[in-house]
Design a protein around this ligand. Structure first.
Ligand SMILES: *[C@@H]1O[C@H](CO)[C@@H](O)[C@H](O)[C@H]1NC(C)=O
Ligand SMILES: *[C@@H]1O[C@H](CO)[C@@H](O)[C@H](O)[C@H]1NC(C)=O
Ligand SMILES: *[C@@H]1O[C@H](CO)[C@@H](O)[C@H](O)[C@H]1NC(C)=O
Ligand SMILES: *[C@@H]1O[C@H](CO)[C@@H](O)[C@H](O)[C@H]1NC(C)=O
Ligand SMILES: *[C@@H]1O[C@H](CO)[C@@H](O)[C@H](O)[C@H]1NC(C)=O
Ligand SMILES: *[C@@H]1O[C@H](CO)[C@@H](O)[C@H](O)[C@H]1NC(C)=O
Length: 357
């Protein structure tokens, strides 16, 4: 059902436009003026959730918070930073849940589900860990203890965990992180084994990375990793495609679909875990329209796939996006503008979801 409607809509719809066509009454897809919220529409379209990352720095902004925890818009939440190693275990064996709980507690109260994020990554690691000159044995024991304590603390909280983030270079070789240098590529499977051992059996375990929204050397390498894990009975349930795109070069619908399919056909699920589409400033209506296309294509590819379970945007409000800090000259990557107005991208995503219902 949802596929045939999509096919019809796609056929009728040239997505590439030179001027903005999205907005109440302007969207080409469906009823003109009904925008009940992204999560409401996502559920109708067959996704498990539509979510957002939430960072701690804006929790004093009541307008932001009311949207972030509005279950009609977002029924899933990812703590953007609070669960990074440096915040969770700032000293060896000393755990601090403050930042994570600032996001997770209100999410649970609002009955939003939580994707947890992340056990093992090479960045945002504390100095004691990164520069500790650990032996193999010590580092394995640090990893196991970190995963054990955190997994138990959030046992009933996380329906999904990003276990390992960004282990590969763009050419498909292993990234030379401190984990890799000390433990070799086995650190990845060790993390998954520990995660399976200590998280709830209901929690799905993900490998997460960027730049894999096309079939390329990196995504092929990750597909090989998944294949190898499955063959050797190493637990893995899903691959997260981050979806950090640049407006002008965002991958096409067919490209994203093909990458999702290469994982789904191995028997693991997928999710779009960190979607945003950044604009080279200054912004313009034409750029916003192009951005809307980037968002729409990614969401459409997920909705149409066999086993893409949901979409998470990497925050929904332009002023809190990580983009301007990381990519000077770029910005306005989110669904809502500075004044919380819904941008063309918001309407485009809504219309895509509505068409799939
Ligand atoms: C939540 O979002 C929906 C969809 O945008 C909106 O209709 C509703 O008024 C919001 N609820 C609150 C309490 O703000
Ligand atoms: C929230 O806090 C930040 C700094 O911590 C400040 O810059 C901002 O103005 C505050 N916002 C509100 C709405 O109070
Ligand atoms: C835990 O983290 C919070 C937020 O960063 C910080 O304010 C607090 O001092 C930390 N607690 C301890 C015991 O270090
Ligand atoms: C992975 O890395 C990206 C940076 O590319 C970061 O934004 C994100 O928070 C990290 N994700 C996880 C799961 O740690
Ligand atoms: C790790 O080794 C480097 C180089 O030998 C040394 O400079 C550094 O002080 C050591 N760090 C620790 C925490 O022992
Ligand atoms: C992929 O890797 C092969 C070598 O293994 C190389 O020839 C090719 O240029 C790479 N492709 C891309 C897009 O990086």
């Amino acid at each position: 059902m949802k596929l045939s409607i999509f096919a019809a809509v796609l056929a009728a719809l040239p997505l590439a436009t030179s001027s903005p066509t999205w907005g109440p009454g302007k969207g080409p897809y469906g009823p003109k003026d009904k925008y009940p919220g992204l999560a409401v529409l996502a559920k109708r379209a067959g996704l498990q959730y539509f979510g957002t990352a939430i960072d701690n720095v804006v929790l004093n902004n009541t307008r932001y918070v009311s949207i972030a925890h509005n279950r009609s818009e977002f029924d899933q939440v990812t703590p953007a930073n609070g669960q990074k190693f440096v915040h969770i275990e700032p000293q060896r064996g000393v755990f601090n849940w403050t930042l994570a709980n600032q996001v997770i507690k209100p999410a649970k109260k609002a009955r939003q589900s939580v994707r947890c994020h992340n056990f093992i990554w090479h960045t945002q690691a504390p100095e004691w860990l990164e520069f500790g000159n650990w032996t193999k044995k010590e580092l394995v024991s640090i990893m196991e203890n970190h995963i054990k304590v955190e997994a138990r603390y959030f046992y009933d909280t996380c329906f999904s965990w990003d276990v390992v983030n960004e282990s590969f270079n763009d050419d498909g070789t292993f990234r030379e992180t401190f984990w890799y240098k000390t433990l070799g590529k086995e650190y990845i499977e060790l993390a998954f084994k520990f995660a399976r051992k200590y998280t709830s059996p209901r929690t799905t375990l993900y490998y997460n990375d960027y730049g894999i929204e096309k079939v390329n050397n990196k995504s092929l390498a990750i597909a090989e990793l998944v294949k190898d894990f499955i063959k050797r009975d190493i637990p893995i349930d899903g691959v997260g495609l981050q979806g950090h795109f640049r407006m002008a070069t965002a991958p096409k619908y067919e490209e994203i679909s093909a990458s999702i399919a290469q994982f789904n056909k191995l028997g693991v699920e997928t999710a779009i875990t960190e979607l945003d589409v950044r604009i080279e400033l200054p912004d313009s209506p034409e750029k916003k329209a192009k951005q809307a296309e980037g968002y729409a294509n990614a969401v459409k590819a997920c909705v149409d796939a066999d086993d893409c379970v949901g979409v998470t945007v990497w925050d929904f409000w332009d002023p809190v996006s990580w983009v301007p800090y990381t990519f000077p000259g770029w910005g306005n990557a989110c669904l809502l503008d500075d004044d919380f107005n819904k941008k063309p991208a918001y309407y485009a995503v809504s219309d895509v979801l509505r068409a799939a219902a």
